[in-house]
Write a protein that binds this ligand. Structure first.
Ligand SMILES: C[S@@+](CC[C@H](N)C(=O)[O-])C[C@H]1O[C@@H](n2cnc3c(N)ncnc32)[C@H](O)[C@@H]1O
Length: 269
């Protein structure tokens, strides 16, 4: 069973691997990629209430009340995530980091764009003390998305979102379709969402099905969340192939496709 406490004995090795990986610029085009295809695209959302209920349901405010100034993935995964973000995230416009904490793992190039005002990065999470230490966030707020999945993005909201990110947290959301739909509706046409996944978690807070299926099924489940919330061009990419020394890392990403105009529809018939 995945557990956040399981990797302390390999921290020094993982730090070394992270530093070595940091010397090379990541080329995400070379990483294994598959296109997600829904099993029944026109069918109902394929998960039950039990699938989306954690062992310890409710009182997330209590669970996330104590600040955790820790990293939830190893150093090698962090280096690779920064490299991935460097390649795919915009330098202008607006990014939203949901399920955020004291750290968002953005590369220096994005931090500079945010510092210069070209880019605005906003976030939500569960812990005020953690969020207030996250210096890349211009605006942040605390919102329990399991209580209220209508996402209230802090900040001006002028121009909508160009991208959204969520790191090792989608497994805690009990109303993922509502949350992802709400974010999509606040995202510009062509904007993307990047859901970052590893294999550790708080087991009592991950939704029921997450703990019962293997990693491929989890990635497809997140693809299903995106499909049923209206995102399209859904892709699953491996960012780090896991091993006994390294945390694995994947992204399930998708795009808010432009609405088809009558002219587009006529051309595709
Ligand atoms: C494992 S931490 C990851 C935090 C951060 N993304 C990172 O990489 O350090 C899980 C995060 O999920 C978010 N989360 C969990 N339950 C939530 C809920 N009910 N509503 C909103 N966010 C929640 C919290 O922000 C929490 O910090």
């Amino acid at each position: 069973m995945p557990n956040f406490s399981s990797r302390t004995s390999v921290r020094s090795v993982s730090l070394l691997l992270g530093m070595l990986a940091g010397g090379k610029k990541m080329d995400s085009a070379q990483l294994p990629l598959r296109h997600y295809v829904p099993a029944k695209p026109d069918g109902p959302f394929p998960y039950s209430a039990a699938d989306l209920t954690p062992m310890d349901a409710g009182n997330d405010a209590g669970f996330y009340g104590p600040a955790r100034f820790v990293t939830h993935i190893d150093d090698n995964a962090i280096v690779n995530l920064r490299g991935y973000y460097d390649q795919v995230l915009p330098r202008k416009g607006r990014i939203f980091d949901f399920c955020s904490s004291w750290i968002s793992h953005y590369p220096p190039e994005l931090e500079q764009a945010a510092a210069s005002g070209e880019l605005e990065i906003d976030g939500t999470g569960m812990n005020k003390a953690e969020l207030s230490k996250n210096s890349v966030l211009k605006h942040w707020s605390v919102q329990d998305l399991n209580e209220d999945p209508e996402v209230r993005i802090p900040g001006s909201m002028e121009g909508g979102l160009d991208a959204a990110t969520c790191v090792v947290s989608i497994d805690y959301l009990t109303k993922p379709v509502e949350v992802l739909q709400s974010i999509r509706k606040q995202t510009n046409k062509g904007g993307k969402v990047h859901l970052i996944i590893s294999n550790r978690c708080f087991p009592t807070k991950a939704v029921g099905r997450w703990l019962k299926v293997d990693e491929d099924d989890r990635l497809d489940m997140v693809g299903d969340y995106l499909w049923w919330s209206g995102w399209r061009n859904i892709e699953i990419q491996t960012l780090v192939a896991g091993s006994f020394m390294r945390d694995p890392l994947w992204v399930v990403r998708a795009q808010n496709e432009p609405e088809q105009t009558e002219q587009d529809k006529a051309q595709t018939q």
